[in-house]
Design a protein around this ligand. Structure first.
Ligand code: BTN
Length: 284
């Protein structure tokens, strides 16, 4: 009888990391279940874990999203992980870190859809300020960065990422708003004979995590040396909100891109530009 595949095989992950020359992902903590991977990383930070320490679980019992929301992910379906960073930059400089993480996640999703999906009319993969990755208008990943301050500097930033990989059916409250790699890789075209193309399998978690760390590590180096402004051109191309009418916590206007400080630029109906540093954005 063939051996059953582990949900996360550390030696496959190490191979995938080495192929991409990734330093992060060591030490690696893999657990069947935990409250939240961000809490695992926060505890490890207190115990002196190094930058790049990574935490991945099959199931979170208290996964959290932004603004006190719960993060929903069925056990074993999705990539649920956190990475410990020690930026030692001041709090203002790290404010835009969630967007840099969003760009890294976006790249991994876009590459996978391009290489595996091969569909002509695939929706674009976008970053929605401040922390979402979308395929078309549906969210495929969320980012939660939680920081610890020492004096004015961010001594630790926990980068939590939830990437929907295998979930095909979402609960009613998320249906229509959420998607996953499995859903996006489903056949969209039918052949001339009318039969649908075979379904693509979503990539294994070990490869996805190595790809995410590679993309994140590269961008983080650039973020530390060149600051957030070096990402503005990339963000402009994949900004989900730019030019769209939005409401941010009662403020109505049109999204006009992202500023060099990571704030959302919002032009209200009288033409005045506001800089929004935090809030919940709804498309109008
Ligand atoms: C959001 O979209 O509101 C952010 C969601 C972030 C979810 C991830 S899953 C891994 C990490 N651990 C958590 O408890 N949350 C983040």
């Amino acid at each position: 009888m063939p051996a059953q595949r582990l949900w996360f095989d550390v030696s496959l992950f190490d191979d995938a990391r080495q192929q991409r020359s990734v330093r992060w992902g060591a030490p690696l903590v893999v657990l069947e279940r935990a409250g939240s991977t961000n809490d695992l990383a926060l505890d490890a930070e207190r115990d002196g874990a190094p930058e790049g320490a990574t935490f991945v679980v099959r199931e979170q019992t208290h996964g959290r999203g932004r603004r006190g929301n719960a993060w929903w992910a069925p056990p074993g379906d999705n990539l649920t992980c956190s990475v410990l960073l020690r930026p030692e930059l001041d709090a203002k400089e790290t404010a835009a870190l969630p967007l840099v993480v969003g760009l890294a996640v976006r790249e991994v999703v876009a590459r996978r859809l391009e290489s595996q999906g091969a569909v002509l009319s695939a929706p674009p993969v976008l970053v929605k300020w401040p922390n979402d990755v979308l395929v078309g208008s549906r969210k495929i990943a969320g980012v939660l960065v939680e920081s610890r301050l020492r004096l004015q500097a961010v001594s630790a930033a926990i980068v939590g990422i939830g990437l929907n990989v295998r979930t095909r059916v979402f609960p009613e409250e998320l249906a229509g708003q959420a998607t996953s790699l499995a859903r996006e890789l489903r056949p969209r075209r039918t052949s001339r004979s009318g039969t649908s193309q075979p379904t693509e399998e979503p990539p294994p978690f070990e490869e996805l995590l190595a790809e995410l760390l590679a993309s994140l590590e590269r961008r983080y180096e650039r973020f530390r040396s060149g600051g957030f402004s070096s990402f503005l051109a990339e963000l402009e191309i994949c900004d989900a909100l730019r030019g769209r009418p939005v409401r941010v916590d009662g403020l109505l206007g049109t999204a006009a891109g992202i500023g060099a400080d990571g704030a959302l630029r919002l032009v209200d109906d009288t033409g005045i530009e506001h800089r929004v540093h935090s809030g919940h954005v709804e498309l109008r």
